[in-house]
Write a protein that binds this ligand. Sequence first.
Ligand code: IPE
Ligand code: IPE
Ligand code: MG
Length: 241
Amino acid sequence: MTATDSATSGPKHVAIIMDGNGRWAQQRGRPRLFGHQAGARRIREIVNACPDLGVKYLTIFAFSTENWKRTQTEVSGLMSLFRRYIQKEAQDLHDEGVRVRFIGDRVRLEPKLVKLMDELEELTEGNDLVHLTIALNYGGRDEVARATKRLAQEVAAGRLDPETVDSETLARFLDTCVLPDPDLVIRTSGEARISNFLLWQSAYAEYEFIETLWPDFTKDIFGEIIARYGGRERRFGAVPV
Ligand code: IPE
Ligand code: IPE
Ligand code: MG
């Protein structure tokens, strides 16, 4: 990477805040969960579009650490949707060469869901065509706090010298330690905020906020966004020469 990387090579890692399911359902006079189901059905097409678009890593925001504030009906509906989604999609994702990982705090998730998550990670561990990361009970601040706790434990145990701690050290304790930083973060549904997504990792990401609601997101829209990214100049703090 040069100091002022032109983005022409396309984003290697795209992260998506899949927002707007509730409004999509509301527009149709249906319950919010109907929107979440429609949203879940969009994921496969986007994952499958990645190889042709040169996207090696795709990270999607499925449930935030703040989403527990929703009604019990919506939260338990989402949890059962996640379970059904993994059961239904696991084999196809594997057959298509997708490596699946989950980020977020698993402690608060129900054991039967965590088991399915672990099994899917294990099943797809040898795949390398597309790396799909699903953020589930994920919050950027929570992730940094959990990482800091583990880092502090290493220091307390005498295994880490605090004098050597820098941003690289902390990054090794994050859920995303094996992933490159996102080059492009997309948020659907017209909201222009981050909502606690990949706070640390997207320090130099490009952003795209689009009006489309997530259940209406298609591979063509995805392709247009990727093409627009090619016209951007990424400076990483340097001055172009
Ligand atoms: C995003 O859609 C999915 C989750 C947060 C689980 P929303 O449910 O936030 O949809 P809106 O924003 O209410 O339309
Ligand atoms: C962010 O969307 C979380 C996910 C897409 C999973 P929200 O809909 O929860 O975010 P806010 O509350 O509008 O900021
Ligand atoms: Mg929302």
